[in-house]
Design a protein around this ligand. Structure first.
Ligand code: SF4
Length: 253
């Protein structure tokens, strides 16, 4: 039998799954215009219990990334820190199934509206071992953002991102990586050019542009505002198709 030490030195087999998305809650305080919850009467609001979640954790050994969110706001889950710790394999409540020998924890994170994210929660997420957090923007100005992400407060969101970035700086840590997620719809394209400046101001180094199926954005077509054409950070956006996602990193903006 190889010792654990020797096993660590050997090349590891790749994980079988790139990402699992686990919807830990279907509750949310927002009412975004494009949310599928709006069109589904009888939507059930519920949280996944910690005991159910930990039953999945041994399988994360074969998963690169676990995303703790679907159509709900992860911050509303009362046991979020325990869930993050469990996903990393550092916190396992009594009765949890054992982890495989040499368990390889996944990268763990989620995307949030930032609503209700206070300093204490930021600190708790850092302590729990969160690897990445995305903040959902639908505009780089209050009016645009709040018209699409109904019930969201732009200034509260901006404050939440800033708090998180400042806390990381104070602690001198790289993780969690913070990114801005910008959902593109026709009504917010005019805000795209000022998005990189906002991200820089907030201390964020990555922007994910996303294009939801069913809300096709014809970026690059002639009806676009001219200001978008020729901006280096947008040079590849015209390649986006319905449902595509694109990552911009600091060198791009
Ligand atoms: S934040 Fe997400 S789950 Fe909540 S209303 Fe908006 S799109 Fe739906």
């Amino acid at each position: 039998m190889l010792s654990e030490h020797l096993k660590r030195l050997l090349p590891r087999r790749p994980k079988r799954f790139l990402a699992w998305q686990i919807d830990i809650t279907t509750r949310c305080r927002l009412a975004c215009r494009m949310c599928i919850r709006r069109g589904l009467p009888g939507w059930t609001e519920a949280d996944m219990g910690l005991a159910d979640f930990v039953r999945l954790v041994p399988y994360f050994d074969d998963v690169e990334t676990v995303i703790l969110q679907g159509w709900g706001e992860p911050l509303l889950h009362g046991e979020l820190m325990s869930i993050v710790g469990a996903a990393k394999g550092t916190y396992l409540p009594v009765g949890a199934p054992p982890l495989p020998s040499g368990f390889r924890p996944p990268a763990v994170g989620f995307v949030t509206s930032g609503k209700g994210l206070d300093k204490q929660t930021c600190a708790g997420l850092l302590d729990a071992g969160l690897d990445f957090i995305g903040f959902s923007f639908a505009g780089s100005r209050s009016a645009t953002h709040e018209a699409i992400r109904v019930n969201s407060d732009f200034q509260e969101l901006v404050g939440a991102v800033r708090s998180f970035a400042e806390l990381k700086k104070v602690r001198g840590v790289e993780r969690p990586r913070i990114h801005v997620v910008f959902l593109m719809v026709k009504d917010n394209l005019q805000d795209l050019p000022s998005l990189p400046r906002l991200a820089r101001d907030l201390g964020v180094g990555e922007i994910v542009l996303t294009n939801v199926p069913g809300s096709v954005i014809e970026v690059g077509k002639k009806e676009l505002p001219l200001v978008l054409i020729g901006m280096s950070f947008l040079r590849n956006v015209d390649m986006l198709r319905s449902g595509d996602t694109m990552l911009l990193q600091r060198r791009d903006f």
